[in-house]
Design a protein around this ligand. Structure first.
Ligand code: FAD
Length: 509
């Protein structure tokens, strides 16, 4: 026996699925090692449309199992993370010549009744000539349907699952790539590469979960030496962000002439998020970026509805990500199943492999439970599902307690402005107090990098949430990237590099 640590489970991939599985497993008492080659959530899980939704559109493809499970998850997830998840109403204008009103009504009836809706309000019909939702739209749309779904800060959902997994004993190794994994004496032996230094190390595990999202086939091929693997279909989706098109808190669901749909969603107080597209993709997932054709498509699709056209020059930010859809042979990218598939390969003795194909952000918790059921069969131990009633870090307040959290923060930290307090509660919930600590003035929060981002928050993100670079902070842990000037970003970068290097020196001494 060598001295290489042996864990029960090695999870490859720190997206929503890997982190959800790591958290569930750690909570059931397994020793877990999660390796993420970049930052947590830096793959597909930060590039979604950020909806916790049943997926109204999937009803057209008869995905009833998925839609029902996803609808049920909305209120479960909202209850467990009311800081980063909240309800949102969607306005779906009836567009003459596209889907008939009876079909929309039928779809929304099913949507309201398929999945255990208790807190979310039901669908209603609105007269767009008098309702404020009609104001930013062209006068062509006189009738619309308004229904409920939830919004999520996707990248933070990933990090909070990782945080909770670590609080329950899991090792979360970021910037750590699994470059090789082989079976040896009834165990897995995996070679890890520290992406920053190039240093190599090893871990052993009784079981491996391959949750590498769009890289799932690549892990099988390059780290496990498989030939001819083709389990997932990579489908790129892009979004544009523009200054807000309306002050209304509701989002829009627009039908396009090509049969697809797009959303226009209030985003980060001052913006509107518009997306998405569906395009088959065969490049490296990390390089996915919006194409000029997608930009034009999104601008044109939104301008079909908004009275004021959405133009290229309005765009302040774009992002693109790649869906790892289980390849069910569908002809069009938009028709490929959004459901998940788990495939187990048993090894000699122990050393099983569980591959995760597909999966939505919305269903990550159920996917994790289903994975744990398989793991428990394989490892011969029966545990209890526990995550349906377990708050994520900072989410330990009631779903109607958000304003109370802000009021409490403003009372205890009167130097905060209301916007700053609100932002902290939205990001960190009750853990905002761990950032603010004993502070009595903004001076006590340290260096101000701009847009209410202070040293105290950055230190918290580095110490508690595995942030290493300015990008981790600005585009995943917070969306301050939308507001910081380039020179402010440089100051933040320098600060983080300096702090990290001081830490390395202290650790070496
Ligand atoms: P990822 O988040 O990609 O995680 C996989 C991780 O594995 C990556 O971080 C990667 O760096 C890591 N990795 C890969 N190889 C290795 C290795 N060798 N070693 C270590 N680490 C490795 N879902 C919803 O529920 N609602 C939505 O509104 C929604 N909108 C979407 C919109 C778009 C445009 C897209 C693309 C997806 C959307 N989804 C949505 C789906 C959802 O985002 C994805 O299904 C989900 O994020 C996939 O998560 P994952 O953990 O499987 O993959």
């Amino acid at each position: 026996m060598d001295g290489t640590p042996v864990h029960d489970i090695l999870v490859i991939g720190g997206g929503i699925n890997g982190c959800g599985i790591a958290r569930d497993a750690a909570g059931r008492g397994y020793s877990v090692f999660l390796a993420e080659m970049n930052d947590l959530g830096s793959g597909t899980s930060s590039g979604s449309t950020k909806l916790i939704h049943g997926g109204l559109r999937y009803l057209e493809f008869y995905e009833f199992r998925l839609v029902r499970e996803a609808l049920l998850e909305r209120e479960v997830l909202w209850r467990n993370a009311p800081h980063i998840i909240w309800p949102i109403r969607f306005v779906l204008p009836h567009n003459e010549g596209l889907r008939p009103a009876w079909l929309l009504r039928l779809g929304l009836f099913l949507y309201d009744h398929l999945g255990g809706r208790k807190l979310l309000p039901k669908t209603r019909t609105i007269d767009m000539r008098i309702d404020a939702a009609g104001k930013p739209l062209k006068p062509l749309f006189s009738r619309a349907f308004e229904y409920s779904d939830c919004w999520v800060d996707d990248a933070r959902l990933v990090v909070l699952n990782a945080r909770d997994a670590a609080d329950r004993g899991a090792v979360i190794a970021t910037r750590t790539e699994v470059v090789d994994a082989r079976r040896e004496d009834g165990r897995w032996r995996a070679t890890l590469r520290d992406v920053s230094s190039g240093a190599r190390s090893e871990v052993r595990a009784r079981l491996v979960v391959n949750a590498a999202g769009p890289w799932v086939d690549k892990v099988l091929a390059s780290a496990m030496g498989r030939n001819e693997v083709h389990n997932v279909r990579l489908v790129k989706g892009s979004h544009i962000v523009v200054p807000k098109v309306s002050d209304d808190p509701r989002a829009y669901f627009f039908q396009n002439r090509d049969g697809r749909i797009i959303f226009a969603i209030p985003y980060e107080d001052d913006f509107t998020l518009i997306g998405t597209t569906d395009q088959d993709y065969d490049g490296e997932p990390r390089d996915a970026a919006i194409s000029p054709a997608e930009t034009d498509y999104l601008c044109a699709a939104a301008s079909e509805y908004f009275a004021r056209p959405v133009r290229r020059e309005d765009i302040v930010w774009t992002y693109a990500a790649v869906r790892p859809l289980f390849d069910d042979g569908a002809s069009k990218a938009q028709e490929a199943t959004r459901d998940y598939v788990l495939r187990v390969e048993e090894g000699d003795g122990d050393a099983a492999l569980v591959n995760i194909f597909g999966g939505k952000i919305t269903t990550y918790r159920r996917l994790s439970e289903a994975t744990l059921e398989k793991i428990e069969e394989l490892l011969g131990r029966k545990g209890q599902a526990w995550t349906a009633d377990a708050r994520l870090p900072g989410g330990d307040f009631a779903v109607d307690g958000f304003d109370g959290q802000i009021a409490g923060l403003l009372r205890d930290y009167p130097f905060l402005n209301a916007g700053h307090a609100r932002r902290l509660v939205r990001r960190y919930g009750t853990r905002a107090r761990a950032i603010l600590g004993q502070a009595r003035s903004t001076d006590d929060l340290g260096v101000h990098f701009g847009a209410d981002l202070y040293e105290a928050e950055v230190r918290y993100l580095m110490e508690q949430e595995w942030a290493r670079t300015a990008e981790d902070v600005l585009w995943r842990r917070t969306k301050r990237g939308l507001r910081l000037a380039p020179n402010e970003v440089v100051t933040l970068e320098e600060f983080m590099e300096d702090l990290a290097s001081r830490r390395r020196h202290e650790a070496a001494e």
